[in-house]
Design a protein around this ligand. Structure first.
Ligand code: NAD
Length: 321
């Protein structure tokens, strides 16, 4: 069922100091919602939320969500984004990643249940693994290697989805599961191993963009303001999902590298490095469900989002001297 829209007096953002979480905190505060940001800074950064610390209605709780959450007081919605998200981060923190998906999800659900709040899970397109169908609809159950190096993330999120649906079925918790596809924008970390920050950092240093494998593998990339708008739409609806949030425009990794180099004006070109284990060859969301049930679709053109992201990275490079 869709349609119901809600506005929130008070929201909790687990993982609010991260890349997407900090933009979500910004958007909620802009809409007049008080925000409790819970984060242990294992992959997030203080700088992402430094501008909010004096803002009216913003509260920061330094806490690991794999430990039971303190009573945070009455609230309307819990967003669970607390998880290492980039391959570099979850290779470094494999056990913490599984715990964030499992224990962290249950703690978030318990908090939501206590106040009759809605629970929104930031799940991922990685639940589809290396998909055998294109584009991926929410009905596709995935092609995941349960013991590969990426499994800590993929299976952690699959467990998180199962936990959210178990709470919905058994305890009547209002849950919304969003399957986010690759998101990019300002506040990504330059060294997190994902292609956009990697290519931008390389091109700004006039070094070749390193493309893994053939470079013909595709990605669909969504600008962060669109992803945040999607998460808010899921929260305001009564949809349990899962709902894909992503940009269905499919680009090859080589195309992305070329465009980054072109906008920056780097002459260093592209170099190829070996493919990584279990790297999906195609990734493209079918977003019909989000369009039909939430009236959500991405609005920011790739080139426009890329320019904003490049500007932010260039400013960071300048301010570091
Ligand atoms: P991020 O690493 O920048 O943000 C995650 C935040 O969670 C960080 O601030 C980190 O410190 C915090 N965190 C991690 N484990 C924690 C714990 N145990 N306790 C408290 N805080 C903890 O990553 P992101 O790219 O902003 O991703 C946010 C969420 O969206 C993640 O759940 C991720 O799986 C999901 N997602 C992101 C993308 C993407 O393209 N960025 C795609 C799909 C799904």
């Amino acid at each position: 069922m869709s349609g119901a829209t809600r506005d929130f007096d008070r929201a909790v953002v687990l993982g609010g100091a991260g890349f997407i979480g900090s933009h979500l905190c910004d958007a909620l505060l802009d809409a007049g919602t008080a925000v409790v940001c819970v984060d242990n800074f294992c992959t997030g950064r203080w700088e992402n939320i430094a501008h909010l610390t004096e803002a009216a209605g913003f509260e920061l709780v330094d806490h690991d969500v794999t430990d039971p959450l303190p009573d945070l007081g009455p609230l309307d919605v819990v967003f669970h984004l607390a998880s290492p998200a980039s391959p570099a981060a979850y290779y470094r923190l494999p056990i913490q990643t599984l715990r964030a998906g499992s224990l962290g999800t249950e703690h978030g659900l318990q908090l939501a249940e206590r106040y009759g709040a809605r629970f929104v899970l930031a799940s991922t397109s990685e639940v589809y693994g290396d998909p055998a169908v294109h584009p991926q609809t929410e009905d596709y159950v995935g092609h995941v290697n349960p013991i590969g190096p990426r499994s800590v993330y993929d299976e952690g999120k699959r467990f998180a989805e199962a936990m959210a649906f178990a709470y919905a079925r058994k305890r009547g918790t209002s849950v919304g599961v969003a399957r986010i596809f690759n998101t990019y924008g300002p506040r990504m970390q330059p060294d997190d191993g994902r292609m956009i920050p990697a290519f931008i950092t390389q091109a700004l240093a006039d070094q070749p963009c390193t493309v893994t494998g053939s470079g013909r593998q595709t990605r669909s990339i969504c600008f962060v303001s669109d992803t945040v708008a999607g998460l808010l739409s899921v929260a305001r609806s009564s949809e349990s999902g899962p709902i894909n949030l992503g940009n269905p425009v499919e680009l090859t990794v080589t195309q992305v590298a070329g465009l980054v180099a072109e906008i920056i004006g780097s002459e260093a070109g592209i170099s190829h490095i070996p493919a990584v284990v279990d790297d999906p060859q195609r990734r493209c969301p079918d977003i019909s469900r989000a369009v039909q049930r939430l009236d959500w679709r991405p609005l920011v053109q790739f080139e426009e989002g890329l320019k904003q992201t490049i500007t932010w990275f260039a400013d960071q490079t300048d301010s570091r001297g």
